[in-house]
Design a protein around this ligand. Structure first.
Ligand code: DAH
Length: 344
């Protein structure tokens, strides 16, 4: 039995050492698992009480119980101490705020210049009672040409190099004027529509041309519509887009198969007073192609030209956007270059 009491002493020492060497809660948990559970050395020692004589129980019972009580007490107080240390370390960490610490840079998105300009244009026209419409970019020969008074073999087809598809009579629209036709097919006059969208031409890319670009188309059909309405409308939207009341217009006769008479409307250069590179020293900037809707176009859409007249206009939205923001290369405007795009 001497050896049993020695065993108890050795165990007591082991437990005390283990607890005092535990520096973290995890390490302390390992100590608990090793010495304080039902399968631990201490439990095995205590189990021996069962097989002892009453005298031996009297001797060893209190010793073993004291040993266990002491071990548990040591364990609990160490646990409290470690928990406190951990909490304090955590609190200290919170107090320390490193302003120079690395923070990943957040990039914010911005609207594309087209989006800004389209929103402005649409808002002006909506305020004048127009409907914003949309249509397919892959369209047919009839809508893009024939209904717009450009029959097959008409020389005007050569002005717009077309991207034809392998499907019969299908093409990528060369102009948003297709929306004149699609709108009149869907709705009887009076009608006023505006469309901004892509147009495609089979041409090489340079600083001012791309095979895809943006156009805007407008159409108003009602009774007694004249050139005066067209000019007032043009002046109103240019004033809104360029944010100035100083819009001076000049009109020149021109030819577009779907209008008669056809005109080109120039705006006096708002960037200079005596010639600059934007107006090529001429003081005038060509902006809009327009005219009174050709009777053939009205007829193609079952609108009676003896009752209704209308005006139509179209302009290069790409060119207008470049003018508006002083962008001198279309390839930048159409590129995914984030350094360029984030300026807007
Ligand atoms: N569709 C013409 C083009 O692509 C622009 C145009 C001119 C549209 C005159 C019109 C118009 O509605 O009346 O060059």
């Amino acid at each position: 039995m001497e050896s049993l009491s020695e065993k108890a002493q050795v165990l007591q020492k082991k437990i005390q050492d283990a607890i005092s060497h535990a520096h973290t809660l995890e390490e302390l948990e390992q100590v608990r698992l090793a010495y304080l559970t039902r399968q631990s050395e201490l439990a095995l020692l205590m189990a021996q009480l069962k097989t002892m004589t009453p005298e031996q129980k009297k001797e060893f019972g209190p010793r073993f119980n004291a040993l266990r009580a002491q071990a548990e007490e040591l364990y609990e107080s160490k646990k409290k101490q470690l928990q406190q240390t951990q909490y304090q370390a955590h609190e200290r960490k919170k107090e320390f705020f490193d302003v120079t610490a690395y923070q990943p840079r957040l990039r914010h998105g911005s609207l594309h210049p087209y989006t800004h300009v389209i929103e402005q244009i649409e808002n002006v026209f909506i305020s004048m009672g127009y409907c914003v419409v949309d249509g397919p970019e892959l369209d047919d020969e009839y809508t893009n040409f024939e209904a717009l008074n450009v029959p097959a073999h008409h020389p005007a087809r050569d002005m717009q190099d077309t991207l034809w598809l392998e499907l019969p009579k299908k093409l990528m629209r060369t102009q948003t004027s297709t929306l004149q036709i699609r709108s009149m097919q869907q709705q009887k006059p009076p009608l006023a529509i505006l469309a901004c969208g892509r147009a495609y031409r089979y041409e090489a890319t340079d600083a001012t041309h791309d095979y895809v670009f943006m156009q805007t188309e407008g159409l108003l059909v009602d009774k007694n519509i004249s050139m005066a309405n067209l000019l007032a409308t043009t002046k109103t939207f240019l004033a809104a887009i360029f944010d100035t009341k100083r819009i001076e217009l000049r009109i020149r006769p021109s030819y577009f198969p779907f209008v008669e008479p056809g005109v080109e409307i120039d705006m006096q250069c708002i960037f200079c007073s005596n010639g600059c590179s934007v107006c090529k020293q001429s003081r005038w900037i060509e902006i809009v192609g327009a005219g009174l809707v050709h009777p053939n176009v009205l007829k193609a859409c079952n609108v009676d030209p003896s009752v209704y007249t209308g005006f139509a206009f179209g302009f290069g939205l790409t060119r207008l956007t470049m003018l508006r923001y002083g962008i001198n290369d279309i390839r930048l405007l159409h590129s995914p270059d984030l350094d360029f795009l984030k300026q807007f």
